[in-house]
Design a protein around this ligand. Sequence first.
Ligand code: CU
Length: 78
Amino acid sequence: MIYEPSVSTPVDKMKLSIPDMSCGHCKATVEKTIAAVDPGAKVAVDLGSRTADITSGAATEAILAALKAEGYPATPAA
Ligand SMILES: [Cu+2]
């Protein structure tokens, strides 16, 4: 049986490269910023590779704009 979660908004997975993220404080700021855009977003920050895996119904552009405003310019990572 195929499990199909029922969601009211389209949810996308995205991976972002956030090169200016270097410590736990940055990680917290990035998580807080993304939560401000989409409180339901799931965020997994990897400080080692300076990337974040995000599952969110928010537009990628909205998240990128919010991160840039907080001082963490990000780009979609492959
Ligand atoms: Cu930091």
